[in-house]
Write a protein that binds this ligand. Structure first.
Ligand code: HEC
Ligand code: HEC
Ligand code: HEC
Ligand code: HEC
Ligand code: HEC
Length: 382
């Protein structure tokens, strides 16, 4: 009897232990030695993935670019954002796509205009140089970025001159992101308020939202590898096209872009209504749903693509944001659920097309609507 009780107690303790462990367990799994090296030396040989004898920060076996280079999906469960050979990509068709939500840095290594020229992947952009077009220092200061962009620094993955991590931590990518990998929170629309890098959408400090996660019915790899109406990221946004440095909205991905491209966003973009001076972002299409926008995503063109089958179905290749920062499968059903984003038109990392656009802009011709142009998802009668 005693033995039985001890057995049951032990069993219960193990069970509770497992449960707690599972709840506390961060996203990173696997042997430390998969990713770390204590001295970058094993049998006298370097342990860095690229065989470099110089060790990397945080005792890792490579830098951001090294770990995030490769193809999707992969057994290591690492989101790969740079592929060394051309990944498949067709606008509006996720069935044969190897790129994630941000697109891919592959193309920028062949053509400067197709991506962000990130240090360690591509050279400095031959047209734009290192300074972001539309840079507005007041947005930058709000975000703890350098008051003036020091043009000696090329854009990097993270830090003051990068997109991920904490920009106030200086120019070291690892310092900017320190601790985030092991603590990473799967943002589900309510658990990420952006206070910390690890509890921000995709380690973008301050940004809120919903992160596409692996599913049993759709893609088995997260990060929007094969999105459809029910499997995709959820972007937090606000209905405030007059958003400026004095009333900027921490939390939206548009604001993140505006940290470096402030003039393309905010009050200096016009009066906040049609006719516009620059294309609106942070503008809710519910405001103009009686116009052509009420027919998003243009069933005549996009029926059958990426799960779209009816008007107001979310079209993952022309995404819109919402004020709850959550996953919406249908939009234009209540105020604040169909907000124009920078990402409605752009990819964050790169695409096959000029200006990191999601589709080929030269396919956009008024009067001859076609499914190769995403403008028609919203401008349904042009
Ligand atoms: C799948 C890859 C991976 C594995 C496995 C891994 N780490 Fe890490 N770890 C990282 C990366 C990437 C960083 C640096 C970036 C960061 O801090 O977010 C890091 C940073 C750290 C840091 C410094 C930041 C912090 O979170 O405190 C410590 C300490 C650390 N790892 C310990 C470990 C130990 C101990 C193990 C094994 C039990 C381990 N790691 C396994 C990827 C990994
Ligand atoms: C040792 C390999 C390794 C290194 C070095 C590394 N990463 Fe990662 N990274 C990973 C792994 C593994 C994941 C997946 C973690 C997860 O699923 O939570 C990841 C995930 C991410 C994500 C997605 C987070 C999310 O919410 O889905 C971002 C962004 C990221 N890394 C950026 C960086 C940056 C920036 C650096 C350089 C400072 C870096 N990584 C260095 C292995 C690495
Ligand atoms: C940390 C600063 C920074 C952030 C944040 C940032 N960018 Fe950029 N962006 C740059 C720099 C620097 C350039 C010019 C050099 C280059 O092309 O990489 C640039 C260039 C661009 C270009 C023109 C590319 C070309 O070669 O013609 C587009 C489009 C763009 N960014 C869109 C975005 C969008 C959309 C976001 C938000 C998802 C964003 N950027 C966020 C720094 C940034
Ligand atoms: C996610 C939806 C969406 C996408 C994609 C989109 N637009 Fe728009 N666009 C809008 C909304 C909403 C307005 C504001 C309409 C209003 O205020 O009446 C707008 C306004 C405009 C205007 C100014 C109209 C005015 O009244 O001043 C032009 C021009 C325009 N868009 C062109 C384009 C082009 C070209 C593309 C493709 C590169 C594009 N749009 C993609 C939603 C979108
Ligand atoms: C309606 C689609 C659309 C939206 C929304 C949009 N862009 Fe663009 N963007 C374009 C197009 C198309 C171009 C190509 C140049 C042009 O037409 O002005 C472009 C060009 C750019 C460039 C390159 C400028 C240069 O000098 O080369 C940057 C940077 C940029 N966009 C950033 C942003 C940011 C930041 C946002 C959100 C605040 C945003 N875009 C929202 C369609 C869009």
């Amino acid at each position: 009897m005693k033995r039985l009780i001890i057995f049951i107690l032990t069993f219960l303790l193990c069970f509770i232990g497992l449960f707690i462990n599972k709840n506390l367990q961060a996203k990173i799994t696997g042997p430390c030695s998969n990713c770390h090296t204590m001295h970058n030396s094993q049998n006298g040989e370097p342990m860095a993935y690229n065989n470099s004898t110089t060790p990397y920060r945080a005792l890792t076996r490579g830098d951001c670019v090294a770990c995030h280079t490769g193809t999707n999906p992969n057994d290591e469960n690492i989101p790969k954002v740079y592929s060394t050979s051309q990944p498949s990509y067709t606008f509006g068709d996720a069935s044969n796509r190897a790129t994630l939500a941000g697109g891919n840095f592959y193309w920028v290594t062949t053509d400067d205009t197709t991506g962000h020229n990130v240090k360690g992947i591509a050279n400095v952009d031959s047209d734009l140089g290192t300074v972001p077009p539309g840079y507005n220092s007041s947005y930058a200061e709000d975000a703890d970025r350098p008051a003036t962009w020091n043009s000696t620094y090329q854009l990097s993955c993270a830090g003051a001159y990068g997109c991920h991590g904490d920009p106030s931590k200086g120019t070291d990518d690892f310092a900017a992101i320190s601790g985030a990998h092991h603590k990473n929170v799967d943002c589900n629309g309510t658990n990420c308020d952006g206070s910390y890098v690890y509890s921000s959408y995709r380690f973008l400090l301050g940004v809120k939202g919903f992160e596409d996660t692996p599913s049993t019915t759709g893609s088995s790899f997260g990060w929007e590898l094969n999105p459809d109406t029910t499997h995709h990221n959820g972007y937090y946004a606000v209905d405030d096209p007059n958003d400026s440095d004095t009333d900027y909205n921490h939390g939206s991905i548009n604001w993140l872009c505006a940290e470096c491209h402030g003039n393309f966003h905010g009050s200096n973009a016009g009066s906040g209504c049609s006719p516009w001076l620059r294309h609106p972002t942070d503008y809710d299409m519910n405001n103009v749903a009686t116009k052509e926008y009420g027919n998003y995503p243009n069933i005549a063109l996009f029926n059958g693509t990426m799960g779209v089958s009816a008007v107001h179905d979310y079209f993952a290749d022309v995404p819109v944001g919402n004020t709850a920062g959550t996953l919406k499968s249908t939009v234009l059903s209540s105020a604040g659920d169909a907000i124009v984003l920078c990402l409605s038109c752009h990819r964050a990392h790169g695409s096959p097309y000029a200006d990191l656009l999601r589709w080929d802009y030269s396919a956009c011709t008024a009067g001859s609507q076609n499914a190769n142009c995403g403008c028609f998802a919203c401008h349904t009668n042009k």
